[in-house]
Write a protein that binds this ligand. Structure first.
Ligand SMILES: [Zn+2]
Length: 342
């Protein structure tokens, strides 16, 4: 059987593969309809030069875009039972999986790699929408946990890039169980004091948006990305109201405080590098944390409620601020948020 799958099938596929035609050389932008030459589109990182629409890209393209030129290691994802429920709708689930593997290569919807982003150690896990809509089954959950463990082992920041229709219905309750599983994995990352950055791309919906996609220490989204739990039609019918302009788009979520940044694909690597260095440097700078805490504790004796501020790196400035009569609300919140990282 494996001889047929490994040797005969690829040869047949090679024989019947089409030679590129004129229509393969041009791609149409799904947003504005502009025809774009494939090389121009590749150069623009699959962003439409006419309307800046960010087209969907796969895991390999993401790794190439984000990691430094000195390379990255693609992580081996754990094996999971392929079809635990023996599920069948119009097609067998195992057949759907085989089709997806034939189109997208081995593995499941989640791929991960470890390397450096602008010099900062990082593990990047990418949900590939082309693989069964980036849906989350047991394989994605197990892959996510393995990626988080890899980040902890390497003392690296963890970046998740999401594009998903949600939980994988063919795995029923097992797919829903991946929601708490991924959340628990992020708990391990937090305990290790490592940052988790999530990059929401089009579309991020369902069980993925209801679990790890919304838990980033920093949440970034690509412009125009559709982000939500249920679809717009379902919401509209449920609440019986017309939805506002731009509802569930990245910019709308940013305006309403749900995400921290909307960043173009061209700027993504530099932004991730900067965020990682900001979140990971305190760990190195405050290596002598116990001494610093003892030192600042005296200064903060009069204002114990401000102690959190003094734990921030840059001792002098922090102490000066800690003795100020009243901290603005936002600074306090920032300080408390930053505290576990130090
Ligand atoms: Zn366009």
């Amino acid at each position: 059987m494996s001889w047929i799958e490994n040797y005969v099938r690829p040869r047949i596929q090679q024989l019947v593969r089409r030679t590129p035609t004129q229509s393969d050389l041009w791609r149409q932008c799904p947003a504005c309809g502009q025809m774009i030459f494939h090389q121009d589109l590749d150069r623009a990182q699959m962003v439409c030069p006419n309307c800046s629409h960010h087209m969907r890209i796969g895991a390999k393209a993401r790794f190439d875009l984000l990691f430094d030129a000195d390379g990255h290691d693609v992580l081996t994802m754990p094996q999971t039972p392929a079809d635990p429920l023996k599920f069948r709708d119009q097609k067998r689930y195992t057949d759907r999986l085989k089709d997806a593997v034939n189109k997208n290569g081995p593995g499941d919807a989640l791929k991960a790699a470890a390397g450096r982003i602008d010099g900062m150690p990082a593990v990047v896990a990418v949900l590939d929408f082309a693989f069964m809509g980036g849906s989350m089954g047991a394989a994605v959950g197990a892959g996510f946990v393995a990626s988080v463990r890899a980040a902890i082992e390497r003392k690296a920041g963890f970046v998740a890039i999401t594009a998903s229709g949600g939980a994988r219905m063919q795995e029923g309750i097992l797919s829903l169980m991946q929601m708490p599983r991924t959340v628990a994995a992020l708990g391990m990352l937090k305990d290790a004091g490592l940052p988790y950055i999530v990059v929401l791309t089009d579309p991020t919906t369902g069980g993925v948006s209801a679990s790890f996609a919304m838990l980033g220490d920093i949440a970034i989204a690509e412009p125009g990305a559709g982000i939500g739990f249920a679809g717009q039609r379902v919401i509209k019918e449920t609440i019986g109201q017309t939805l506002p302009e731009g509802f569930q788009r990245a910019e709308y979520l940013y305006d309403h405080g749900m995400i921290d940044m909307v960043v173009t694909r061209a700027e993504m690597k530099a932004t991730l590098g900067r965020v990682l260095s900001l979140l990971m440097q305190p760990t190195r700078a405050v290596a002598n944390l116990p001494a610093l805490v003892a030192d600042t504790a005296k200064a903060d004796a009069a204002a114990p409620a401000q102690a959190g501020v003094a734990l921030k790196p840059g001792g002098k400035a922090s102490r000066a601020r800690a003795t100020e009569p009243k901290q603005p609300e936002t600074k306090q919140a920032e300080a408390t948020k930053a505290e576990p990282r130090t």
